[in-house]
Design a binder for this molecule. Structure first.
Ligand code: GTP
Length: 262
């Protein structure tokens, strides 16, 4: 039953991230590439601040390997006819007030195959900047929503997360490895302050508390590896640039990540 229901809906990816990270730019770049997959230089369209979610129907170039093909035999027709693979991307508003309702609620979407969380790699260097903290809080809340989805329905499919470390063309951008470290450190801070908040609420630690804390209530510091080990939620951080002089850099790797989820 689950398998059937799953195959009827178009595989859906959710595009999340704070305002200004480059979500809408990425959605339009992927749209251009889906009509002309060989054009990696395709210039992303101008964007404006998004107020509502918008759904974009896309095609993944047949040159991108699909995760599901790993289990098919070499002679399978799927590999021979080389059709592009349809998928859907939901571009969401990044602004604080809008994202709870418009963005995080989509994590319950039954067709959801993956979450692409776009970050601006130039805003994470100063740990006390509000935009850096906002990025970490938003990613924390996103991961917690995915963790809860898994906890509520034990059979729920795993939702992998791609952190797209965008704006790598700018010289102020942190390299991908440093983006990962900064996010892990900042998320740990959010986790500590939130678990203290929960601790004060009730005297007894009720059974639900663990699932209300990202990565569980353990002693171990937060890391993306912990999410994979404890909850089977895989998080990859891959750098790239949607715009600027190196527009299109790394976008193929992001598409390969999408292909791996299909
Ligand atoms: P909201 O709609 O407010 O949630 O923002 P968003 O995440 O959709 O960001 P958007 O795509 O509107 O991009 C914000 C700004 O960043 C725009 O001015 C883009 O041109 C710019 N931008 C996006 N990606 C890159 C990049 O890779 N490099 C550079 N230099 N600029 C980028």
């Amino acid at each position: 039953y689950t398998q059937n229901a799953r195959s009827k809906v178009t595989p859906t990816f959710l595009l999340l991230g704070p305002s200004g990270a480059g979500k809408t730019s990425l959605a339009s770049l992927l749209q251009k590439r889906s009509s002309n997959p060989e054009d990696s230089e395709a210039d992303a369209a101008l964007t404006r601040v998004s107020q509502v979610s918008s759904t974009v129907s896309l095609l993944l170039s047949p040159s991108i390997p699909l995760g599901s093909n790993k289990y098919r035999s070499e002679n399978d027709a799927h590999l021979k006819d080389k059709q592009p693979t349809p998928y859907v991307l939901i571009d969401t508003p990044g602004h604080g007030k809008l994202r709870l309702e418009a963005a995080l609620s989509q994590i319950q979407n039954p067709g959801l195959r993956g979450v692409i969380f776009v970050v601006d790699s130039t805003v994470l260097d100063a740990s006390d900047s509000s935009i850096s903290r906002d990025t970490a809080v938003y990613l924390h809340d996103t991961l917690l929503a995915i963790q809860r989805r898994k906890a509520i329905a034990k059979t729920a499919t795993k939702i992998p997360v791609l952190v797209a470390a965008n704006k790598q063309d700018l010289f102020t951008a942190l390299p991908t490895g440093a983006v990962r470290e900064r996010l892990e450190t900042e998320i740990e801070r959010v986790r500590v302050s939130q678990s203290k908040g929960l601790g004060r609420v009730g005297e007894d630690t009720d059974a639900d508390t663990e699932d209300d804390i990202l990565g569980g209530g353990g002693e171990e510091k937060f890391s993306f590896k912990l999410m994979a080990e404890e909850y089977g939620i895989n998080i990859d951080v891959l750098g790239g640039a949607v715009k600027g002089e190196e527009a299109g850099k790394g976008v193929r790797r992001w598409e390969e990540w999408i292909g791996g989820c299909l």
